[in-house]
Design a protein around this ligand. Structure first.
Ligand code: ADP
Ligand code: MG
Length: 317
């Protein structure tokens, strides 16, 4: 597409790269001895955001969801590429999009080193590259029976906001205003992921919902888990809606939270707390890993909630 468009909106100084935007390839020099962590996520209009969403918010979220994957791996963000298809060269839209994108990039020390720009239905595809010391990445396959299961921040807010937006859950406007930022301006837990290196036995970011994403850890680690519903951290405002099945489903199986779910041995509790404090993020113990496979969620009366292992669609519905 127009070179001046790329120059105006997406060309910034990249002191952390040998060569950034403007040539056929970017040139990157990894820190000697570090492993590279690479991840891509694509966002489509109509599926991940809607046409009326703020372009700055779309810029924020599209990089945030990618950074969340680096966070879940315990990797330090370094570089990103951005491929964007848009119906027309809309300068105002691109200016706002770039503002949201670069604010998130600057917060996490990530440099945009390349990409592609083309005409088409609005689509954003980002690849992020981070670094992690050998052997210290937080993988999905390290959970052990007896480990604690932890989650950062609060969960369910983004799904509550989406349910409200889609008219599936009535919320007072003043309450909805408290959950909407989780949907549109998620915070990737980058500092926490780095702080958990050498402490967590496994980790994943919650993009598809707690049960589904913890399910990936259980499957890869060949273990099970027992969670306590009452222990799940939510925003205070969510409590007022938990008599609704839809709201319970948002907490257990709602996507788009981008919190970290991780496991750690019980003798690491103090280290987890210290790491979380240094990262400035609350963490909550929500259950434990079991040797038997399967995922159970126990309610306040000690009764198992009716969930299944297939993705919990009837909760997410
Ligand atoms: P080529 O035809 O060689 O692929 P392009 O015209 O697509 O080159 O891109 C020119 C330069 O601008 C390249 O360095 C590319 O990485 C960069 N670039 C293109 N689009 C973007 C974008 N949306 N964000 C960042 N860099 C971009
Ligand atoms: Mg190109």
């Amino acid at each position: 597409m127009e070179f001046d468009l790329i120059g105006r909106h997406f060309t910034r100084a990249t002191p952390g790269a040998v060569l950034g935007v403007g040539d056929d390839c970017a040139l990157l020099a990894p820190t000697p001895g570090m492993q590279l962590a690479v991840s891509s996520d694509m966002l489509l209009e109509g599926r991940h955001f809607s046409p009326q969403d703020s372009p700055a918010g779309i810029g924020h979220k599209s990089l945030a969801v990618n950074l969340s994957d680096l966070a879940a791996m315990g990797a330090t963000p370094r570089w990103a590429t951005l491929s964007i298809a848009l119906p027309e060269a809309d300068d105002a839209w691109l200016t706002a999009f770039a503002r949201g994108f670069f604010r998130m990039a600057d917060q996490h020390g990530i440099e945009l080193v390349g990409g592609d720009t083309t005409r088409g239905a609005l689509t954003i595809s980002i690849t992020v590259i981070g670094e992690v010391p050998p052997g210290q990445a937080l993988r999905r396959d390290g959970a052990q029976a007896g480990d604690d299961v932890w989650v950062s921040g609060t969960i369910g807010s983004a799904a509550l906001a989406l349910a409200y937006r889609q008219g599936r859950l009535f919320m007072e406007q003043i309450d909805a205003a408290k959950v909407l930022p989780a949907l549109y301006l998620p915070t990737p837990r980058v500092a926490l992921g780095i702080a958990l290196r050498g402490i967590a036995s496994s980790a994943i970011d919650i993009s598809d919902g707690l049960l589904a994403d913890l399910g990936h850890i259980l499957q890869r680690s060949q273990v099970g888990a027992a969670l306590e519903f009452a222990a799940l951290p939510t925003l205070p405002v969510a409590q007022a809606y938990l008599h609704e099945k839809v709201a319970v489903g948002c907490v257990l199986a709602g996507g788009d939270d981008y919190e970290l779910c991780f496991t750690a041995a019980p003798d690491k509790r103090d280290a987890v707390a210290a790491g979380a404090q240094s990262a400035g993020v609350a963490v909550t113990r929500i259950g434990r890993i079991t040797a038997e496979s399967g995922l159970a969620v126990i309610d306040a009366d000690g009764q198992p909630l009716p969930i299944d292992h297939t993705g919990y669609d009837h909760f997410a519905a």
